[in-house]
Design a protein around this ligand. Structure first.
Ligand code: SF4
Length: 360
């Protein structure tokens, strides 16, 4: 990568002018409330803007301050997050809100280094909150920024490699420190360009405000950049789930907090064999019917779930159906939406034809 810092002032001027007139009107851009900025940046990790927007608005209506988030039960927080996925984000934010209430009187610190000491806040979120909410000169590098910078400066390093990431952060740092404009606007302008113009497959260079300064365009290499090492294939994991339902209720178990999908309710399932799960539920496997299969893809694994269905026996007490769970309950079918759950549970209940249409 050559030294192109001479073009920085022009790059900044053009991109900020474009952002001022072309930026999308998104709910979190109407506020500088640090809590709202933090919430939006947390929700937007791994989630599309259109998906996150209604969740963001509903969450803020229900828990409008850090203190209220800190006081809410985990069940309530996960319930508000239900369907958004990557629930660890919600649990980390909840824990961080408690710490902010205890240690900072309910006000987020503005220093990126202090922000990074909070649960779930990494370099990206710290930079975004510090620059957007507090106007601090802090850089951000997310997937959009990495792609834009790699193309603008024709960076040949793999952007996922340690060296590539270090160079991107150094470049972003240099850019955000240049001039006196708003660091928050600058960071958002870069992200907006990546989200709407310098998109992954076919960048819309003809409408790009900085095309005249883009090295990869000048070199005819926009199709080759950014360079990304080959992703490893997700691991295939096979599960079996048992949906026990009566006309009025369905059996759900809650996963232990430290596990994948921790804190969420689901029909009992196991990565082991059907007979052992059936035995833990006190059932004969032959009383269960195979009703279909579900495939659920996560970033690091591909889950194949074989769905069995049976009749929910009348019992006053249930044993937790395995070490993955810390609670089990026959939940009224018309009350399913009150339990925190993930998209996989919706799919499994749908295949078993049990009230999934009521779930959000
Ligand atoms: Fe991206 Fe094309 Fe603009 Fe370069 S000219 S920054 S490749 S959209």
């Amino acid at each position: 990568m050559a030294n192109y810092s001479a073009s920085f002032p022009e790059l900044r001027a053009r991109l900020l002018e474009w952002y001022g007139r072309a930026r999308r009107d998104l709910p979190w851009r109407r506020t500088q409330d640090p809590y709202a900025v933090w919430l939006s940046e947390t929700m937007l990790q791994q989630t599309r803007v259109e998906t996150a927007a209604p969740y963001y608005e509903r969450f803020l209506r229900a828990l409008p301050t850090i203190a209220e988030l800190a006081e809410a039960s985990e069940e309530r927080v996960l319930g508000l997050w239900s369907g958004l996925g990557y629930y660890r984000r919600a649990r980390m934010m909840h824990a961080a809100a408690k710490r902010v209430t205890r240690a900072y009187g309910g006000q987020l610190p503005s220093d990126p280094a202090e922000l990074r000491c909070l649960e779930g806040i990494g370099a990206y979120t710290a930079g975004a909150v510090a620059s957007i909410a507090f106007g601090r000169r802090a850089a951000v590098v997310d997937g959009n920024v990495a792609r834009v910078l790699a193309r603008l400066f024709a960076m040949d390093d793999d952007i996922k490699s340690a060296r590539g990431r270090a160079r991107l952060w150094a470049l972003a740092d240099e850019l955000v420190a240049e001039g006196d404009g708003s660091p928050g606007d600058w960071n958002q302008a870069l992200m907006e360009l990546g989200a709407t113009v310098c998109v992954p497959r076919e960048p819309r260079c003809a409408g790009c405000p900085v095309s005249g300064l883009c090295i990869s365009r000048a070199e005819g290499r926009t199709g080759d950049l950014p360079r990304v090492g080959r992703k490893s294939k997700p691991t295939v994991v096979r599960h079996v789930a048992i949906v026990l339902a009566s006309a009025k209720a369905v059996l759900l178990a809650r996963r232990r907090p430290q596990l994948l999908f921790g804190g969420l309710w689901e029909p009992p399932s196991t990565a082991g064999k059907l007979p052992s799960l059936a035995a833990r539920l006190g059932l004969e496997p032959r009383t269960l019917e195979h009703v279909g299969d579900v495939i659920h893809v996560l970033s690091h694994r591909r889950m194949h779930v074989s769905v069995m269905r049976g009749v929910l026996p009348r019992r006053s007490r249930w044993q937790v159906p395995g070490p993955e769970y810390d609670a089990v309950e026959a939940v009224a079918r018309d009350g399913l939406q009150t339990r925190a759950h993930g998209a996989l549970t919706v799919k499994v209940l749908e295949v078993a034809n049990v009230g999934a249409r009521d779930l959000p």
